[in-house]
Each structure stands twice: as C-alpha cells, then as structure tokens.
Design a protein around this ligand. Structure first.
Ligand SMILES: C[S@@+](CC[C@H](N)C(=O)[O-])C[C@H]1O[C@@H](n2cnc3c(N)ncnc32)[C@H](O)[C@@H]1O
Length: 269
C-alpha cells in the first residue's frame, strides 16, 4: 500500500515526539509540547527514550553477533536517528538485510532516503497492523528468505493497538509468518494499575500520549506477557529495558519511571 498523506504540523505525531525525545530535528512545536508535558511528570523521560534506543541497538547487535540473524524486519522504524537497525546489523555483518516499516508521513518523507542507504536495506510504507501488507509487499517478497530465521523488531509499536485480543491476534499472525528459529524483540508501555507511584506516572504519560496521532494503551505485565505466546524467552525475560543486557544487568539507581517501558526477546521454536 502506498499513500502520500500531507504532513500535519497541527497534530502531534508519535514519530516526531520520539524524534524530539532523542534530540532529533524533524519535529514541530506541537510535538515538543507533548514531550515537555511528559518531562513535567518525570524529568527522567529523555533517559527513558534513550534507554529504548539503546535497547534496540543492543538487541540488534546481540541477534546479529550471538545468534547469527542476518535478516530483520523493523516495524515502526521511526525517524532515522543515530545507529539505525541496518547500521548496527551491517556493522557486525555487512550482508545483513533490513526491512523498515512505517506509515507516518514525516517518516515516509524523511526516512526512505536515509534508511535505504544500500541495496540490503528496504523501507516500505505499510500499516504494521497488517502483516500480509508487510510480508507480501512486492519489495519484501523475494528480498527476505522466508526459509531462514528472521529478527522481527516491534519496538514501541504494538501498544498503538488498544485492544489486547487484537494485539494477541496480530502477534500470532506475525509469528505464523516467521520461520522456526526466528526471534521477536518487542517493547510495550507498562502500567501496573496497582495504585503505585509508577501507576500514577504512567497514567499521566498515557494522558499526554492521547493527544497524539496514535492511540497508545498501557498494559499490565501479565497482559504484555501474552504477546509472546508460543515463543521461548531469552533471559532475563520480560523486563524494564535497562535490565535487558546479555552480559548481566546494569547496576545503580533505578528511577521508578524506568519501569514504564518493558520488553523482551523470544525465539520461535
Ligand atoms: C515510538 S516510535 C518507535 C520507533 C522505533 N521502533 C524505536 O524503537 O526507536 C513508534 C513508531 O511506530 C510507527 N507506527 C505507529 N503505528 C503504525 C502503524 N499502524 N503502521 C506503521 N507504523 C506505525 C510510528 O509512526 C512511529 O514511527
């Protein structure tokens, strides 16, 4: 599917809010206002965004170097930033293939040229809620070898689908596409909904998200866990992102807000 939507600078775009959070330049006042509201809830929010990016980098590097994955589908790629998935993967294995998927008009306008910087990288304008549109896309079909393991990255994407049953069904469809030995790396915004400090903060951030172009529903730990059904977790399982570190967890102070985004990597048997 291809469409040319105009870039709306009057409504915050989740891709541009995230770009601002990471120190990028492809954002407008409306986007900055959303993230500044989040910073008002917790000044550690820029670190939370950076931890997310670090997680993607660590995961891509680990999958490439330690598992030998050499083809990736990065759903909801976002605006190009430092160390995009193909740069990280191809640094370890120059032969690695990467398919980027996004449907935000700003990402489409700025992303394609920067993300497709060699013939082993493809950017497609597709709706990630439709795995057929991703895997059967004419630029993907034949580009990826569907007989060999794939690394599917769903970094802060699936939480844009509100309904848990819909999320579960979607992830099942993705996993059905993946060959055995493939890996799913997924992060999701988390609210324990237990009256805790994290609950209060996450509810405030959720409210700020609500003003953007993408609905975003925070979920409990157990709900997010179900998105990995049928897969085998890599240690340490589903955890706050700064704890996902193949060489052992990071030590030091952990602000409460770090628990607001959790993720895991799991293998399809
Ligand atoms: C918060 S950003 C995450 C960026 C990147 N995955 C990362 O981890 O750094 C979410 C991205 O998902 C994209 N997105 C949201 N819903 C989408 C959909 N239905 N189809 C394609 N992309 C979508 C947004 O445009 C945005 O770029």
């Amino acid at each position: 599917m291809s469409h040319e939507l105009p870039i709306d600078t009057t409504k915050p775009s989740i891709a541009r809010v995230y770009d601002f959070a990471l120190g990028g330049k492809d954002n407008f006042e409306v986007d900055r206002a959303v993230f500044n509201k989040m910073i008002g809830i917790d000044p550690n929010m820029p670190t939370v965004a950076r931890l997310h990016r670090d997680w993607s980098r660590k995961v891509t590097r680990w999958l490439t170097e330690s598992v030998g994955i050499d083809q990736f589908v990065d759903c909801g790629s976002g605006l190009p930033t430092m160390d995009n998935t193909h740069e990280v993967a191809q640094r370890s294995n120059p032969e690695a293939l990467v398919v980027y998927v996004d449907n935000d008009p700003t990402v489409i306008a700025h992303g394609r040229a920067l993300l497709e910087d060699n013939d082993r990288t493809v950017f497609i304008d597709a709706d990630l809620r439709d795995p057929d549109a991703v895997f059967l896309h004419d630029r993907v079909h034949g580009f990826l070898d569907m007989e060999r393991p794939i690394g599917l990255i769903q970094g802060a994407t699936i939480h844009h689908i509100s309904d848990l049953a819909e999320q579960q069904a979607l992830m099942r469809r993705y996993v059905d596409y993946l060959p055995s030995g493939s890996y799913v790396a997924l992060t999701h915004v988390h609210n324990p909904r237990d009256g805790s400090e994290l609950d209060r903060m996450a509810s405030g951030i959720e409210e700020a998200y609500r003003t953007t172009n993408a609905t975003t529903r925070f979920k409990t730990y157990d709900e997010i866990l179900t998105l990995f059904d049928g897969l085998e977790f890599v240690d340490p399982g589903l955890v706050p992102l700064h704890r996902w570190w193949p060489g052992g967890p990071l030590t030091g102070k952990e602000p409460t807000i770090y628990g607001m985004v959790i993720g895991g990597i799991a293998r399809k048997p």
